[in-house]
Design a protein around this ligand. Structure first.
Ligand SMILES: [Zn+2]
Length: 319
């Protein structure tokens, strides 16, 4: 009996020591983890009011550098609203915040739209060259310029059957799609006539200068594109009309209604829609259609966005 007792004691001590050691180890690990966690941006963001879900959303959609900048600002739900926008682009996040801080009454959707389209800048500010390699998806607006010698290689003559005036020219793909669209409309007794299509740099220059001498710079810039900035130079654009329309009232016609519902099925979009003047930089032009191909046109139509926004999100951001 005595011998057994002697044997048991060290065992108890050993067990107790192990338990103590484990408890201590857990405690130390927990403390270290807690101290480390307190150093994280997540913890710091939570301590200024962001929820766990919000911080993980920030971590998923932005980067540490951006989250650090939030630590200098008060909690604001708007930062989350911006990030949740469908067309949020990660590398534009600082531009969104800047726009918001300059326009505190703006909505998240407006902020993302304006910045993506470049419309947070002054028109013709920081002009870049149009990326010609994007082919039918090339962009040409007040921030993207075509070279003065750019003339599409595949321009074809538009048959008089489809157009008014001197034989206009269009790029082959755009022309073929226009004919399909023309025929489909015709079946519903609607005639879509091309008023104007390709316009060279030189022609646009003449037009612009003519306006300039007559009306001055401010008015001219509001109504005429500067040379290199006219979408007509891409050869992918048509100004259309229909019987009985004088041009300006085109949006009151059946042809316009038909185009609203069907143009995208043939790869065309209304390029300068009503109510989006401050995104496109152009007055509403119910007659001006741009060929971008069926996929892009359908996305633009279904999301009710402009080509400028489409380009930023689906072309530039994706490449
Ligand atoms: Zn036009």
């Amino acid at each position: 009996m005595k011998g057994r007792k002697i044997k048991k004691k060290p065992t108890i001590i050993l067990v107790c020591s192990v338990i103590l050691f484990v408890v201590l180890a857990i405690f130390i690990t927990k403390t270290i983890n807690e101290l480390n966690y307190r150093k994280t941006i997540e913890y710091k963001l939570i301590s200024i009011g962001y929820s766990k879900e919000e911080t993980s959303l920030l971590a998923k959609k932005t980067d540490e550098k951006f989250m650090e900048t939030l630590l200098d600002k008060e909690y604001d739900k708007m930062y989350l609203n911006i990030i949740k926008e469908k067309f949020f682009i990660k590398n534009k996040v600082n531009e969104y915040i800047k726009y918001y801080e300059d326009n505190l009454n703006s909505q998240a959707n407006e902020i993302v739209t304006k910045v993506n389209a470049g419309a947070n800048k002054k028109w013709y500010e920081q002009v870049k060259d149009t990326d010609l390699s994007k082919d039918i998806l090339m962009i040409n607006n007040k921030f993207y310029k075509l070279p003065s010698d750019y003339e599409p290689e595949d321009l074809v003559d538009v048959k008089n059957w489809y157009a008014y005036g001197d034989t206009p020219k269009l790029r082959k793909k755009a022309y073929e799609s226009f004919i399909s669209m023309f025929n489909a409309a015709k079946k519903e007794n609607i005639t879509i006539i091309i008023n104007s299509a390709y316009r060279s740099y030189k022609k646009q220059e003449e037009l612009y200068n003519q306006y300039l001498s007559q009306y001055g710079k401010e008015y001219t810039d509001a109504y005429a594109a500067r040379p290199g900035h006219s979408e007509h130079q891409t050869g992918l654009t048509v100004d259309v009309t229909t019987y009985g329309s004088n041009g300006d009232n085109f949006d009151k016609t059946e042809a316009f209604k038909w185009l609203q519902d069907n143009a995208h099925l043939y790869g065309f979009i209304l390029r300068y829609p009503k109510g989006k003047e401050d995104i496109t930089g152009y007055d509403y032009e119910s007659w001006h259609y741009r060929y971008v191909g069926v996929d892009a046109a359908t996305t633009i139509h279904d999301n009710d966005i402009t080509f400028d926004e489409y380009y930023a999100y689906y072309i530039e951001n994706a490449s």
